[in-house]
Write a protein that binds this ligand. Structure first.
Ligand code: GH3
Ligand code: MG
Ligand code: MG
Length: 366
């Protein structure tokens, strides 16, 4: 087993096999941590994927770090730092699930470290537990004021450390699950409208900043009201799930996002993708949904579920343009293209063409 311990440099070092032995004995299944009383119901042979929890321990005294490491090694992957600066670097490299920090350290104090964690959007939700020999109420209050999740007095007792760290990990897992659920569409499992709006905004800003292309597909199920009328709403729900899965299966890049825009309408946001690439993908969306061969007697002439797709692309957006307006304009452009696809007979994609040479982005729409 390899564990990391603070070295002379104050960042990380590898434990020798002897020192690591007690750590290995204490290692246990992280799933038990999140639900300690639960009886395992999954057969032993079933593959269980439990994300490895990550703990970051910070103290300028290597002895304390080592003691805490022995107490907590069974909970997940441990990283150590002897200073707030090193700890911040490690946290930014990869966000931990929980941090234990000494209040009193030369250079950056635990309070400063905690405040910087809370100010960083990527790290703000990570619980920070103070471990301090200062027992005064003022110190404890100052820790919570800096954003601490808990406060443990030195010398740390193993049972107290374990139970408090477990509590914070459990709360963090619940909060993470809620945060994820708040951004996912309950019916189809793709991103929801809220997540889409957020990402559209940030991708518009990025495109604006970097002068990169950004494309959007608006995808609408054809004659879906008739589908519901004929086959019933539960069948309609299943149909939307299948369509969402098929569309999601077409994206290859991590930054591409499929979202349920509303009702039977989906959006696909394609950063760093120009109109040619987006149009190509739009054709694949139309073909993939038709290939599902979901019977739809009310949708002649094919009599299967199909979609229409509108494509719009913004590139080289001039910095003078307001970002919010760009996001709105991109949606409007894709919507117009979608209506054109509907008007032209459905089950096809159409590309937005600006009515005048400059377009709504002042030349931004290809
Ligand atoms: P078009 O080809 O022009 O898009 O016609 P359409 O019938 O698909 O469009 P319309 O906007 O008239 O109807 C959309 C239908 O989608 C009506 C609505 O009941 C249905 N719908 C919206 N959300 C859901 C949902 O979550 N589940 C089900 N089953 N149906 C939904
Ligand atoms: Mg429709
Ligand atoms: Mg619609």
């Amino acid at each position: 087993m390899t564990a990391l311990l603070p070295g002379l440099s104050g960042s990380e070092a590898t434990l020798s096999a002897d020192t690591a032995a007690p750590f290995a004995r204490r290692r246990s299944d992280a799933a038990q941590l999140l639900n300690p009383g639960a009886t395992p119901t999954i057969p032993a042979a079933a593959p269980v994927v439990v994300p490895t929890l990550s703990l970051l321990l910070i103290d300028d005294d290597p002895g304390i770090v080592q003691v805490l490491g022995r107490m907590l090694c069974g909970l997940g992957h441990l990283r150590f730092a002897l200073s707030g600066q090193d700890a911040l670097r490690l946290a930014r490299e990869s966000a931990p699930d929980v941090v234990l920090v000494d209040a009193d350290m030369p250079g950056m104090s635990g309070f400063e470290f905690c405040a910087l964690m809370k100010a960083d959007p990527q790290l703000a939700e990570v619980p920070v537990i103070f471990v301090s020999s200062h027992g005064e109420v003022e110190t404890e209050v100052a820790a919570f004021a800096a954003g601490a999740a808990d406060f443990i007095r030195k010398p740390p007792a193993a049972e107290v450390v374990m139970v408090r760290v477990r509590t914070q990990l459990r709360l963090k897992a619940l909060a993470d699950a809620l945060r994820r659920a708040a951004l996912v569409d309950g019916l189809t499992g793709v991103a929801n409208r809220r997540r889409f709006d957020e990402q559209l905004q940030s991708e518009c800003e990025r495109a604006l900043r970097n002068g990169e292309p950004l494309s959007l597909l608006m995808i609408d199920v054809d004659h879906f009201k008739r589908y519901n009328d004929r086959y019933g709403h539960p069948a309609g729900d299943l149909c939307l799930q299948e369509v969402a899965t098929a569309v999601q299966g077409l994206v290859r890049r991590p930054a591409d996002q499929v979202a349920r825009y509303g009702g039977e309408e989906f959006a696909m946001l394609l950063p760093q993708t120009d109109l040619t690439g987006a149009s190509h993908l739009a054709e694949r969306v139309v073909a993939a949904v038709e290939a599902l061969c979901i019977p739809h007697e009310g949708s002649p002439p094919r009599r299967v579920v199909t979609v229409s797709v509108g494509v719009a692309s913004a590139s080289r957006m001039p910095a003078a343009n307001h970002t919010a307006l760009s996001a709105e304009a991109l949606i409007r452009a894709a919507d117009q293209a979608l209506y054109a696809a509907k008007a032209a007979g459905r089950c096809q994609s159409q590309t937005y063409r600006p009515p005048i040479a400059t377009g709504e982005f002042g030349g931004a729409i290809d």
